[in-house]
Design a protein around this ligand. Structure first.
Ligand SMILES: [Zn+2]
Length: 211
């Protein structure tokens, strides 16, 4: 079973990926991690990618697909032909070209879009805070004091955790991701998941779909 998770920043995708991975025994593939991992390998591809990232350049579709292919080969070589394993893609594909390339390599069973409104994302962003000393995460709506319960440090918000920046990031996500959602909409495995519910309820919806 191969699954793609799509959703805006702070939609809870990371948490759901973790739960899914455990319950369905999936191999979690995040492009960010794959890129970090490969740039430490020292191969020609790795060096090319490392120099792009170090210089703040965009990594092209072709290169990302190359990285994903390499990773899949590596996973294949670690499993014998008879063993069944599923893949969970997180943060990939990001473009229609990447989606098409991925479909050429393997069968995608499910595309899950975690839907959370712009208003809710902005609310989550302005609600989050953390201890300036130990980093423990807090929700402002949950605390009565700005003193960390663990270390006594001060609980603060990040400067860029504003409604305006959150909304701009959301718009950017929608703009960039919309074409992929359009592309997958007619796929049998495409499902919308209501991401505005609790973690357990969101996971419940996903489990019902995957059955
Ligand atoms: Zn603390």
């Amino acid at each position: 079973m191969n699954v793609i998770l799509i959703g805006p920043p702070l939609c809870g995708k990371g948490t759901q990926a973790k739960l899914l991975k455990e319950k369905f025994n999936l191999i979690h593939l995040s492009t960010g991690e794959m890129l970090r991992e490969i740039s430490s390998h020292g191969t020609k591809l790795a060096n090319e990618i490392k120099s792009l990232i170090d210089n703040g350049h965009f990594v092209s579709d072709e290169l990302i697909i190359e990285v994903v292919k390499n990773k899949l080969d590596e996973i294949n070589s670690q499993h014998d032909n008879n063993s069944q394993y599923g893949l969970l893609f997180d943060g990939f594909p990001r473009t229609v070209a990447q989606a098409k390339a991925l479909e050429n390599i393997l069968k995608i069973d499910y595309i899950l879009e975690i839907v959370v409104s712009k208003e809710e994302i902005a609310r989550r962003v302005v609600d989050r805070a953390s201890c300036s000393k130990c980093g423990k995460a807090y929700l402002l709506s949950n605390i009565k004091t700005d003193i960390c319960e663990v270390c006594g440090g001060k609980i603060t918000q990040r400067k860029d955790d504003t409604k305006e920046i959150a909304e701009a990031r959301y718009d950017e996500y929608m703009f960039k991701t919309y074409p992929i959602i359009e592309y997958f909409k007619n796929h049998n495995g495409y499902h919308k998941i209501d991401g505005e519910k609790s973690t357990e309820m969101v996971f419940d919806q996903i489990c019902k779909v995957l059955k």
